[in-house]
Design a protein around this ligand. Structure first.
Ligand code: P71
Length: 462
């Protein structure tokens, strides 16, 4: 049977269960954001209409995943779901050994403690908040080796996740390969705006690391989304399947940390996967200290089953096309209105360029934080700050890092919202854009010492 003729894509699923949304009044939202210290992380989800805080753990599971939840083998040791997950990781990513963890940062913790010695340097294609913190807690120093274009929201480079090989070579020359336990390579680089790394670049990174005997550890959190962009944009890959591309990416690296809450379409879960037996053995020793027995690592049996099934769904072409397609739909609506966003439009969300959006605000008045609060006030859309608050303070100088990218992320959960929701979001952003001259900055009145963006509190700056 031939496929029905189709001019545009549509969601490759229909909806079987719904969750009603609550709408609020402007007065209610004013009270809620004040109460939350102008930090969208501190809002109650009940006070949010369309929740674009994150795509992490917020996706809708499929009927097959829910059925898998009923097959949970909740034995303390040797759960059948662990073996299923191990087989899925071997088949879909190609890594040999699996250490389950409760979520991505659990894997980062075990890996950092195992491989990093005080004084070590970890080059990477842009920082991620939890990843860098675990590297620092283990005594390491993160060094950014992503191409310059990644720091420019307006650059149209198709692979803004690429590594600048000259920067990487310089780090190796300066500190010596023996002080680099691994190079950290993220796919669909989150903080750059969901920007992919090309396979051509990753092959070169591999060759350089081979020359110096340095490992590559892959942050595989959004590897399927990266693979979709490779299929779309990289010469020679148009006819390859997402699954084949994912295997090629993973095959160029020595192991991965994974937050299964993103690509793998579950509400909780993660893992570490490694090819080297010795590193695996060391991490497996630590997992029982910090997470749980090595055959569940903090997950219930049912959760491991849902991850195993979700990994398979993540590499289906129709799924990933609709997922990235929905992000593109929202991004193009905003572009048509002239709203400054990070280009090319990324994989998991649309990133508003708050510096250009609110040029009247100095970066220490936290323009992205202020813009996220303003968006919530307009119609109850919740976004996330990804700028000066997220970047934190430089441990040496104690000053705000004032990163080049000062962004507000409108992140799309997978399989959760419809095109009509995207239209509402676009209208709300446009409304705030029309009134941008009236938006004021914020001052931080409470600052936690670690990952301050989660719990920091602000007041309007007059
Ligand atoms: C996201 C998250 C969740 C999050 C984490 C920290 C601050 C704000 C939001 C989590 C990731 C990620 C990458 C590339 C590792 C983790 C940690 N992202 N690597 O984007 O995107 O995983 O949350 O499961 O511990 O909202 P974890």
């Amino acid at each position: 049977m031939s496929e029905p003729r189709r001019r545009s894509w549509a969601e490759p699923f229909k909806i079987k269960m719904v969750e009603p949304l609550k709408m609020t009044t402007r007065e209610e939202r004013e009270a809620a954001i004040r109460e939350a210290g102008y930090n969208t992380f501190l809002l109650r989800s009940e006070d949010v209409y369309i929740d674009l805080l994150t795509d992490s753990g917020t996706s809708a599971m499929s009927d097959r995943q829910w059925a898998g939840m009923m097959l949970g083998d909740e034995a303390y040791a040797g759960s059948r779901n662990f073996y299923h997950l191990e087989a899925a990781v071997r088949e879909i990513y190609g890594y040999k050994h699996l250490v389950p963890t409760h979520q991505g940062r659990g894997a980062e913790h075990l890996l950092s403690r195992t491989l990093i010695k005080p004084g070590d340097v970890i080059p990477g294609n842009m920082y991620f908040t939890t990843t860098r913190l675990h590297q620092e807690l283990a005594g390491g120093l993160f060094v950014d080796v992503i191409i310059d274009e990644a720091h420019d929201p307006a650059s149209l480079h198709p692979f803004k996740g690429d590594v600048d090989l000259a920067k990487l070579q310089k780090v190796i020359d300066e500190v010596g390969a023996e002080h680099i336990p691994y190079v950290c390579i993220a796919t669909a680089v989150n903080m750059a705006g969901g920007q992919p790394i090309s396979l051509a670049n990753l092959h070169k990174v591999r060759a350089l690391c081979n020359e110096h005997g340095i490992r590559i550890i892959h942050d595989a959190t959004r590897v399927a989304e990266n693979a979709y962009f490779i299929k779309e944009r990289e010469p020679g890959y148009a006819d390859k399947s997402i699954a084949t591309i994912v295997l090629e990416i993973c095959g160029l690296t020595d192991g991965c940390t994974m937050s299964a809450k993103k690509d793998a379409l579950v509400n909780i879960g993660g893992f570490l996967a490694l090819n080297e037996w010795k590193v695996f053995e060391a991490c497996r020793n630590l997992v029982v200290v910090y997470e749980g027995l090595h055959t569940y690592g903090g997950m219930a049996g049912r959760d491991m089953e849902a991850v195993a099934i979700g990994l398979g769904e993540s590499v289906q072409f129709d799924h990933i096309r609709a997922r990235v397609g929905q992000v593109k739909y929202l991004g193009e609506k905003l572009q048509a209105y002239g709203v400054p966003i990070v280009v090319p439009i990324g994989s998991h969300g649309v990133f508003l360029d708050a510096k250009t959006f609110l040029p009247q605000l100095d970066q220490d008045l936290y323009p992205a934080q202020a813009l996220a609060a303003e968006l919530y006030l307009d119609c109850g859309v919740r976004a996330m700050e990804r700028g000066n608050v997220s970047a934190g303070r430089d441990p040496k100088t104690g000053q705000n890092r004032r990163p080049s990218l000062e962004l507000v992320r409108l992140t799309l959960p997978r399989r959760v919202y419809t095109q009509a929701h995207m239209d509402v979001v676009a209208e709300s952003v446009a409304e705030v854009y029309d009134n941008r001259a009236t938006v004021k900055g914020l001052k931080m009145v409470y600052e936690p010492s670690d990952l301050r963006f989660f719990q920091a509190r602000f007041e309007p700056f007059d």
